[in-house]
Design a protein around this ligand. Structure first.
Ligand code: MEV
Length: 315
């Protein structure tokens, strides 16, 4: 019987389409070379990193442990800053469930894993799309609700009257710099802010629709390897997200300073802090500019594999 299992899953960045994707619009996300590692074993009591599970502080793990038929000792280790907009909670849910399924002896395919991890996100965070958990499960690049010719169909996920089709999307070689503001910004309240704005105001509905159109153009630009157009669309997307109220001064500062040496730049993820990304041929200059404006820059490698079992040990 398997006694201890270690699984890992990547973080992600969103090139185009965050927030609008919650309403069924298209979005594109890439897995990055920052990962979450979860090591699980059966135990007499539920613990996380050597301490008793505290469901108020660890709602995602609490929800997953609730779905387990036995108590679990969990060790987690991550190179994805939490609340950074880089998919740390989705990577946690995906890596944890990947390890838990193996521990239980369940043979679960990627569609089920992405769906189960999405439901954990949904339970802990409120309204959400399956973008982050699908990116973390599949790795590489994915498009949600992209046109049929955007890539091979992977799976569909439905919730609350929305269905998202998930496609594998081929990504050209490109360099992306992340600028982390250092501001921890949980996703749930930002998604809720957009929901309220959109319910109240026709203008916000139009902004969400416009983000959807920009993202479709971006998928086309990606196909043609047209980084100039893609960069411009990313910057336009940032402006629309700012109008929707999910940017902040720190993000705007890092985006503006990066634009001098980039094809384009935008916030990535939920916003409100977290991180921005810049598409560039001059990563050193962009990193320097981000540092000078108080952000933490790093160059990300894309083309990362999705959730995987790293190790399992048998009794
Ligand atoms: C968060 O990484 C992306 C959002 O679109 C929320 C979601 O899709 O669940 C803001």
């Amino acid at each position: 019987m398997t006694a201890t299992v270690t699984a890992t899953a990547p973080g992600k960045l969103i090139i185009l389409g965050e927030h609008a994707v919650v309403y069924g619009k298209p979005a594109v996300a890439l897995a990055i070379d920052r990962r979450m590692r979860c090591t699980l074993s059966k135990a007499s009591d539920a613990t996380v990193n050597g301490r008793p599970l505290d469901v108020t502080k660890q709602p995602y793990i609490g929800n997953m442990m609730r779905h387990s038929p036995f108590p679990i000792r969990a060790e987690t280790e991550s190179s994805i800053p939490s609340g950074s907009g880089l998919g740390s909670s989705a990577a946690l849910s995906t890596a944890f469930l990947k390890a838990l399924n193996r521990l239980k002896g369940d043979d679960v395919d990627d569609k089920r894993l992405a769906e189960d991890a999405f439901l954990i996100e949904y339970e802990a965070q409120g309204r959400a799309s399956p973008l982050d958990t699908s990116a973390s499960t599949h790795g590489m690049g994915i498009a949600l609700n992209g046109p049929e010719d955007s890539g091979d169909h992977l799976w569909d996920i439905s919730k609350n009257g929305n269905t998202w089709s998930v496609r594998d999307i081929k990504i050209p070689k490109m360099t992306l710099v992340v600028g982390y503001t250092g501001i921890h910004a949980p996703t749930g309240p930002l998604v809720e802010k957009v929901r309220r704005y959109r319910n109240k105001c026709r203008f916000a509905v139009d902004m969400v629709n416009e983000i959807g159109k920009i993202t479709l153009d971006g998928i086309n630009a990606l196909k043609k390897n047209d980084l100039v157009t893609l960069g411009k669309l990313m910057t336009d997307d940032h402006k629309l997200l700012s109008i929707l109220g999910v940017s902040c001064n720190e993000l705007n500062k890092l985006v503006n300073t990066s634009l001098r040496y980039s094809y384009g730049a935008k916030l990535t993820g939920a916003g409100g802090g977290g991180s921005m990304i810049a598409l560039t041929d001059c990563p050193e200059k962009v990193c320097e500019s981000i540092s000078m404006r108080g952000g933490t820059p790093f160059v990300v490698r894309t083309g990362e594999p999705g959730a995987m079992i790293e190790k399992d040990r048998f009794k």
